[in-house]
Design a protein around this ligand. Structure first.
Ligand SMILES: Cc1cc2nc3c(=O)[nH]c(=O)nc-3n(C[C@H](O)[C@H](O)[C@H](O)COP(=O)(O)OP(=O)(O)OC[C@H]3O[C@@H](n4cnc5c(N)ncnc54)[C@H](O)[C@@H]3O)c2cc1C
Length: 385
């Protein structure tokens, strides 16, 4: 992928926005267990970050997918993974289906404010008994005249405490399995919808994560995104956006982590010489840097496929590989960076501690490593008979 001056200008803008509006406050937000989404998001919206690939008619920038790579890499360098994750929920997890399949009225009411950053969105798929196995979800929307009546529970919902609306995946027929689900926009001020718990997490601490309870929640049938009963298929497509942005962000994060660790190892002396003079450590960092480079170029290949209109199966395979490898490499990089820092690396005052915690999520959230392997095996024809 060749980045033009336009990409580099955009990269500088994103970096400047992060340095001004996020990094100075990261420690406070981590300590508070939440960042103020309704204060921050309009600033990011004004910089065009929430609508990069969306239609200008809906308030978007109309850019191609290569700009999403730049945005992802730069947000990966942000001082708190929690805010980067929350921002990516808004851009690449809760809104792509609405932009792809939503009616003009639904987009006007919910997508436009999400692009402006004046509304906060969340994606509500996971349930207490259905995470990896999305086809096992039980939250049900039953039709009553012109309304859906929704009952159920959603778990681990990022932005769930602060969100103005949810992109909900619910069962809308008795077909069972992956059939008969729909994606529905649910405003969070609808009676019967409650945040039943704000969850406490190992990492990503500046982002809020909620358990949500739905008791006879009524929304109009027109809030259905796309086709009734095709929600599972639409969500599978939306997952590819989620997995790719996670890989782009991780690549930015890992590259920065290796650079910062090399800089530390150059300054830190043991046995009368810089740590980095030990060939073992220099080679370790060189090898990690090479792995990050390989992953980065793989993500560029994914992005090029999307820019050139690749089919969903190609994109799914590539996004799954990128997400799997990013999750595994991130764990290795975070561990090595902490090890090379020694005791100070284990202290909260050093960035390595937060990075170690934040990075661990990538192998679990958005489809665990094992689910990526399952998809790759299935697409290779080595799946279940
Ligand atoms: C911080 C955080 C934020 C999240 N944000 C959101 C969000 O905004 N919206 C949302 O809908 N969800 C969200 N999730 C949920 C996340 O996507 C799920 O946790 C994830 O998909 C795994 O599901 P599970 O936790 O139910 O694990 P389970 O499905 O119970 O799986 C447990 C482990 O078993 C393994 N496993 C499962 N099935 C198989 C198999 N067939 N073969 C081999 N191994 C297997 C996997 O390694 C998995 O990690 C979030 C989770 C976290 C932790």
């Amino acid at each position: 992928m060749i980045f033009t001056d336009e990409h580099e200008q955009f990269r500088a803008t994103v970096r400047e926005v992060i340095d001004r509006h996020i990094n100075p406050f990261a420690d406070d937000w981590e300590a508070a267990g939440m960042f103020p989404a309704h204060e921050l998001f309009p600033k990011l919206g004004a910089a065009g970050i929430f609508g990069l690939e969306y239609d200008p008619a809906d308030g978007g920038q109309g850019a191609d997918h290569s700009f999403t790579v730049v945005y992802g890499e730069e947000f990966g360098r942000c001082a708190t993974g929690g805010v980067a994750m929350a921002v990516s929920v808004q851009t690449d997890m809760a809104t792509p289906s609405l932009a792809r399949f939503g009616s003009p009225e639904l987009k006007e009411r919910f997508l436009r404010p999400a692009i402006a950053g004046t509304a906060v969105a969340a994606i509500a798929v996971t349930e207490p008994d259905a995470g990896s196995d999305v086809a096992g979800l039980r939250t049900r929307a039953v039709r009553d005249g012109d309304e859906w009546v929704i009952n159920g529970t959603k778990l681990y919902i990022t932005n769930g405490v602060q969100a103005d609306w949810l992109c909900l995946l619910a069962r809308t027929s008795d077909a069972g399995g992956h059939r008969g689900m729909s994606q529905i926009v649910v405003p969070t001020d609808t009676p019967g919808l409650e945040v039943s718990r704000k969850l406490d997490k190992l990492g990503q601490r500046s982002s809020d994560t909620a358990e949500l309870s739905f008791v006879d929640v009524r929304v109009p049938i027109e809030h259905t995104i796309g086709t009734i009963d095709r929600g599972f298929q639409q969500q599978m497509e939306q997952f590819q956006n989620e997995r790719l942005i996670a890989a782009y962000m991780a690549t930015g994060q890992m590259a920065l982590a290796v650079e910062r660790t090399a800089a530390y190892a150059r300054e830190r002396h043991t046995f009368g010489r810089p740590l980095l003079d030990n060939q073992y450590l220099a080679f370790r960092l060189a090898e990690l840097s090479a792995e990050v480079d390989l992953l980065r170029h793989y993500t560029y290949a994914c992005a090029e496929q999307i820019v050139h209109g690749a089919d969903l199966i190609t994109v799914t395979r590539m996004a799954s590989i990128a997400k799997l490898k990013a999750g595994r490499l991130q764990r290795e990089v975070a561990d090595a960076c902490m090890q090379i820092h020694g005791g100070i690396g284990y202290m909260e005052e050093t960035w390595t501690a937060r990075y170690f915690r934040d990075g661990r999520l990538l192998s679990i959230g958005g489809g665990a490593d094992e689910i990526m392997l399952r998809i790759i095996a299935d697409l290779s024809g080595w799946g279940r008979s």
